[in-house]
Design a protein around this ligand. Structure first.
Ligand code: ARG
Length: 604
């Protein structure tokens, strides 16, 4: 049940009759929000002031009129006008209690699947072959995978595609380096590292000096190396068996390094259609764009000019789609990729989860696609900020040198394990009951806690912000962290175990719920806000709204737990009612964490 929508639907006819114009209603309904302080009620509507302005009336009078027509129904306990015309809403406890019971009886927690299932392609992770997966790719992987889980849960058809950077002129350099300068021993030890070394080595051999207008001047020796790289690229593109086999080996090595990381992160894809998947389409893409006058030939290259030239300035191309030497670019394969996706899946939306530095690329890509006739789908760059080190500098770079992601995750797992042992010792010292766990269970906890901490910290940010990577903060047990939520979950489960409660029958046949204590009511409202939160997270592509929600839920739960005895409640009915709140809280936490891609454990 979407609580916000339910309240909005109650307001809609009233606002409509005031305005006399159904189409103008929705911006006003958007002004209904949860209150910051339960003292003022559960929700607050700030629509009377702008409404009065539009109607040329006194705000308080408009507010009172609305309040009067909403009072007395089954939904609201009180509708009060405050100040110049704020409307404070308090939901009826009996109504809330019924909703809680419905949620408890539904495996989907009363979240119905979307009426119209959309097809949504999510392009995420997308590392580059022969380069290590960096912290920069971490955000794309984590955010993309969470969006996938959210949209799938809401009943949409999601296609998860990993757009690997596995094609391009850099492979000529890599092939040349591999054939002439490789260190087999180093390759056996750490193939990606050795490939990065080879690439850097060859790039230095062929670098030359940048002259004006992007021209490069090379010594004779540099030019000779460069020519041989171009020859390797040409052979690879022409399908030369030796070069194709070596290139495939590069791809395999890369996949072997990323696969364990994906496993650790619980991330999976439906397709790994890298740039190379589109290679045969590239000439026709360029041809088609030229024919339609979207691309132009310019000094031997084929380019896109999307914006008109500025007065007195030379025209500047927005992107090159075929270079002078005939090579295609990142942009060309992205254009081919859109054509392919549109023709195969007819998606409603394609989401590209890629860092902010590529926003220019995506603007050009989307505008070109629209002109080319692929404007029917929503094309959207889901951008995100950088991960910073303690020195507030970028922790990730595009071309090596930064901490490799696998080291970082291994460290997180190790720290997760230590954190668990520390917390365990503290709990024992406080005289709490702590379960005796074997090595396998402890390892599972270390992974869930360590990886969960990294994911949660990433998803808890507003996507666009940069954030400082601090394992210590991420693993804190008393802030808005995965660790805190994981413990909150196991504490709920612990109560049910301790009371020997059959959770399944509590779900199959939910007992009546009563909400007489303020802390019970606040918790119930928060539980009922699950669906509206999910809807907002999906609409805004903002998984962090789920973390904000979880934090508030966990806090309402601990206030409830402090003031309302559960197993020792005054009557068997009250005990059952409170057990429903405990069980439902645990299920909502678990479901929300699962949508963030974070594991929970039954005991810790
Ligand atoms: N491989 C690219 C990089 O690491 C990201 C690709 C993103 N997806 C896309 N369709 N361009 O920067």
């Amino acid at each position: 049940m979407n609580l916000l929508k339910t309240i909005q639907s109650a307001f809609a006819p009233v606002v409509e009759s005031l305005l006399g114009e159904p189409s103008a209603v929705s911006p006003y309904l958007a002004m209904i929000k949860p209150t910051n302080d339960p003292k003022y009620g559960d929700y607050q509507a700030n629509l009377a002031m702008p409404l009065a302005k539009a109607l040329d009336r006194v705000p308080r009078e408009v507010a009172q009129e609305i309040a009067k027509s909403l009072s007395g129904g089954e939904l609201f306990d009180s509708v009060e006008v405050a100040g110049p015309g704020f409307i404070n809403l308090r939901l009826r406890s009996e109504w809330l209690a019924r909703q809680v019971r419905v949620m408890q009886g539904d495996p989907r927690l009363a979240v119905p699947p979307a009426e119209r299932a959309k097809t949504i392609i999510i392009d995420y992770s997308s590392p580059n072959v022969a380069k290590p997966l960096h912290v920069g790719h971490l955000r794309s992987t984590i955010i993309g995978d969470s969006l996938k889980r959210i949209f799938r849960f809401l009943g949409h058809r999601v296609i998860a595609d990993n757009h690997l950077g596995d094609w391009g002129t850099q492979f000529g350099m890599l092939l040349y380096g591999y054939k002439h300068f490789r260190d087999d021993e180093a390759l056996r030890r750490d193939p990606i590292n050795e490939l990065v070394r080879l690439y850097v080595h060859v790039r230095n051999l062929t670098k030359g000096r940048e002259e004006d207008e992007g021209e490069v001047s090379r010594t004779e020796e540099e030019a000779a190396h460069y020519a041989r790289c171009l020859e390797e690229t040409r052979k690879l593109q022409a399908g030369d068996p030796e070069n194709v086999a070596i290139w495939q080996q590069f791809v395999r090595w890369t996949m072997e390094t990323v696969a364990p990381i994906y496993r650790l992160l619980d991330v999976s894809f439906d397709h790994y259609y890298g740039e190379s998947f589109y290679k045969d389409m590239l000439p026709e893409v360029v041809e088609s764009l030229l024919q339609r006058g979207i691309a132009e030939r310019s000094e031997g290259a084929v380019v896109l000019f999307l914006s008109p030239a500025k007065e007195g300035e030379p025209r500047r191309a927005d992107a090159v789609i075929q270079k002078k030497d005939g090579a295609f670019t990142y942009m060309t394969s992205d254009l081919a990729c859109i054509k392919y996706r549109m023709e195969r899946w007819h998606p409603d939306a394609i989401l590209y989860v890629v860092g902010t530095p590529q926003s220019q690329h995506f603007q050009t890509l989307f505008e070109t696609a629209r002109r080319w006739g692929y404007g029917q789908a929503e094309l959207r760059h889901i951008q995100f900020g950088s991960v910073l080190g303690n020195d507030r500098k970028m922790l990730s770079t595009r071309n090596g040198g930064a901490a490799a992601l696998s080291d970082l995750l291994a460290l997180a797992v190790a720290r997760g394990g230590e954190k668990y042992e520390e917390t365990r010792a503290e709990r024992l010292a406080r005289g709490e009951e702590v379960p005796e766990l074997d090595a396998a269970e402890r390892q599972a906890i270390a992974e869930a806690v360590g990886i969960g901490a990294v994911k949660y910290a990433d998803l808890a940010q507003n996507r666009i912000s940069d954030y400082v990577f601090s394992l210590e903060k991420m693993l804190s047990t008393d802030g808005n962290t995965a660790t805190y939520m994981q413990y909150a979950y196991t504490r709920c489960r612990g109560i049910l175990r301790k009371g020997q409660v059959e959770a399944q029958s509590l779900r199959d046949h939910p007992p009546p719920v009563s909400l007489s204590e303020p802390a019970e009511r606040v918790l119930a409202v928060q539980l009922c806000r699950f669906e509206e939160t999910l809807a907002a997270a999906a609409d805004e592509y903002a998984p962090h709204l789920l973390t904000v929600y979880l934090w508030e839920l966990a806090r309402s739960y601990s206030r409830f737990f402090e003031s309302c005895p559960v197993l020792r409640a005054d009557s068997p009915e009250l005990r059952q009612s409170r057990l429903v709140l405990v069980d439902l809280t645990s299920r909502v936490i678990r479901q929300a964490l699962e949508l963030l891609g974070i594991r929970t454990l039954e005991r810790m």
